[in-house]
Design a binder for this molecule. Structure first.
Ligand code: MN
Ligand code: MN
Length: 297
């Protein structure tokens, strides 16, 4: 498939699954069921997961994904972010929305969306990334909220979710690289109340992992390492996915060995430092001659 067609198809599928799923989410739902239904829908529509579905509640800004047998439920009165990533042949679409069950948080959802809209209106070839950050910051602040300053959007490359060195800041003042026609970016502002710290800090390990390096492990761990490498390559994956393939205590032991020997590493959960509630909005875009095309609209 032509790369642009693959990006657009991945975007269409990610957007469809995002919208169907967020519309259904309600307090009392099990997070693991949400994660699983996203996987199922993505597969049915002919794409693959680019990273495990994130379901982030309240002050968790990013990287919560259910472990095997997760009992976590969507609480009453919360704000929840659903972050979905899919790929076709390595061409990635990354998109997120927020939903709140407390009207007091609605302005945060709107602020994150306004930040994303402002960025989409601003991005074009030749401008510096920091100007997009300024546009996001201004839009979020105009809604009475503030952006999280140490989370950014990111450049997407084939089979690579976070292309190093090319972020889209959510505040002005940094990001000196220039946007080029044909670049693919995920833009993702996060909005918090203006009294909050506006920074995230690392929390507990998530259940999201990434292959680091092939190493000399033996037995079941070796089989598992080969499976991970063949199945996910450079893309993040959920422990749940692997443990469904390698069932029982042997599978758990092999997974622990891969972690201990640093064949795989875990992403930390990212928590707002003052435990303030967080809203997020995200789209993936292709930079065009005079602006951008949103693949996940
Ligand atoms: Mn995302
Ligand atoms: Mn992203």
């Amino acid at each position: 498939m032509d790369p642009l067609d693959a990006l657009r198809e991945a975007g269409r599928i990610a957007a469809k699954v995002r919208d169907t799923t967020i519309n259904e989410i309600k307090p009392g739902d099990k997070v693991i069921d949400i994660c699983d239904v996203v996987n199922k829908r993505v597969a049915e529509l002919g794409a693959r997961m680019a990273f495990p579905t994130n379901v982030d509640i309240n002050h968790v800004a990013a990287h919560y994904c259910s472990p095997i047998n997760d009992k976590t439920v969507i609480p009453e009165g919360c704000i929840v972010k659903l972050d979905v990533g899919v790929h076709i042949d390595g061409y990635i679409a990354d998109t997120a929305v927020s939903k709140c069950f407390n009207p007091e948080y609605e302005y945060l959802v709107e602020a994150a969306k306004a930040g994303l809209d402002a960025a989409i209106q601003t991005i074009r070839p030749g401008i510096q990334a920091r100007l997009i950050g300024s546009a996001i910051e201004n839009a979020i602040k105009s809604r009475g909220a503030q952006p999280i300053s140490n989370l950014t959007g990111h450049k997407l490359a084939r089979y690579i979710v976070h292309s190093p060195g090319y972020s889209i800041p959510n505040v002005g003042g940094f990001g000196n690289h220039t946007i080029m026609e044909g670049d693919i970016y995920a833009i993702e502002p996060f909005a918090v109340p203006k009294e909050a710290d506006g920074m995230v800090t690392d929390g507990a390990p998530s259940n999201i992992y990434q292959m680091q390096k092939k190493r000399n492990v033996k037995g079941k761990a070796k089989t598992m390492m080969k499976f991970i490498q063949g199945e996910y390559m450079t893309l993040p994956f959920a422990s749940r996915w692997v443990l469904h393939k390698f069932k029982g205590p042997d599978g758990v032991a092999a997974f622990k060995e891969l972690l201990k020997s640093k064949v795989i590493t875990s992403y930390p959960q990212l928590l707002e430092r003052t435990r303030a509630v967080v809203a997020q909005a995200e789209h993936s875009v292709i930079v065009t001659e005079d602006g951008c095309e949103v693949t996940t609209a």
